[in-house]
Design a protein around this ligand. Structure first.
Ligand code: ATP
Ligand code: MG
Length: 316
């Protein structure tokens, strides 16, 4: 019996199919759900945490149906929403104790234990209002852990934190997994998902388009990533066998089947557009490339159309 199991899990809002027939089986792992804005991640989490009813299909947590056995499910899970707040007028310990009382957890040992797990023992008696953003996030995790949930749902746990803060959160998540917990996490940070998740699911327009280990997805995409440093915003030069995946103020990034073929053509194209290239890097694709290939950006309607720009360059 998997910790999280869904069969055709679907949620409609009127005409809109926000989550479209998800089939998932997740157990004792860190599972990342990746998708563009509005792709259905939060809606999925809300259904799995019993906060929103599916309109079709079903989901089970540790074998319990999220609709018919919602109370059972709630005993086994914790959910840290993106904008969950701590009470800044209470100390860290008081915040966690409040949740302990709410869940009916007796005694102070567990409160001290989760504060220790989240590296907050030495600040436990300070007001949460004096904590940094990263410490508040860790306090929210401590609150979520107090009743020893088997399954933890985290919506964007590292957003707004500095590099060290993000690392600390992911390290704590890895430790929870070591203790046998199942962690279901949404994130927009591909590099973090790549390092921290055992498997990721890519969701686009409510549909699951891929589920696998990050390394397997990178391998599946194949090819090479070509990054060109430019002296200014470059036109999206198009060449055979290379797909533009990113256009930034000082950089173009392509995905190519064979960089040896594509690089000379790209350099020639940029030179004829009057763009100076100051750096060139060829590397294996990243999870970011996989994500863009699978999900694209919904507001751009998927793949970038650069035929228009090719014609523009030709006309010069
Ligand atoms: N209560 C609601 N009523 C109507 N439409 C909704 C409701 N909740 C979500 N939606 C729609 O469902 C779709 C999926 O939304 P959801 O919040 O699940 O996306 P998301 O993947 O979490 O996005 P983000 O990355 O921006 O957090 C969106 O089109 C959204 O507008
Ligand atoms: Mg969301």
């Amino acid at each position: 019996m998997a910790a999280i199991e869904t069969a055709g899990l679907t949620r409609r809002f009127g005409e809109l199919v926000a989550v479209d027939a998800l089939d998932l089986a997740i157990d004792r792992e860190v599972f990342g759900i990746l998708g563009p804005n509005g792709s259905g991640k939060t809606t999925t989490v809300l259904m799995l945490t019993t906060l929103l009813r599916p309109t079709a299909g079903s989901a089970r947590i540790a074998g319990h149906d999220v609709v018919r056995e919602a109370a059972r499910v709630r005993e086994r899970i914790s959910y840290v929403p993106q904008d969950m707040a701590v009470d800044i007028k209470l100390t860290g310990r008081e915040n966690v104790s409040f949740y302990a009382a709410l869940y009916g957890v007796a005694g102070h040992d567990r409160v001290d234990e989760v504060l220790g797990i989240m590296d907050l023992a030495d600040r436990a008696d300070d007001l949460a209002g004096t904590y940094s953003g990263g410490m508040r996030r860790r306090l929210e995790l401590a609150q979520a852990l107090v009743h020893e949930p088997g399954v933890l749902f985290l919506d964007e746990p590292t957003i707004g934190l500095d590099v060290a803060g993000r690392r600390a959160i992911w390290t704590h998540i890895a430790e929870l997994r070591e203790r046998g917990m199942t962690v279901f996490v949404t994130t927009h940070y591909m590099d973090e998902a790549d390092q921290a998740c055992d498997r990721v699911g890519v969701i686009a327009k409510g549909q699951l388009v891929a589920v696998d280990a990050p390394s397997a997805l990178r391998h599946r995409l194949g090819g090479e990533r070509i990054s060109l440093q430019t002296d200014r915003l470059a036109p999206p030069v198009a060449v055979e066998g290379a797909r533009l995946v990113r256009r930034e103020p000082d950089r173009l990034v392509y995905h190519a089947d064979d960089a040896a073929d594509a690089v000379p053509a790209l350099l020639a194209g940029l030179a004829s557009a009057g763009v100076r290239v100051s750096g060139l890097e060829v590397a294996a694709p990243t999870l970011d490339d996989v994500f863009l290939a699978l999900a694209g950006r919904q507001d751009e309607g998927g793949a970038f159309d650069y035929r228009q720009f090719r014609n523009m360059i030709r006309r010069r």
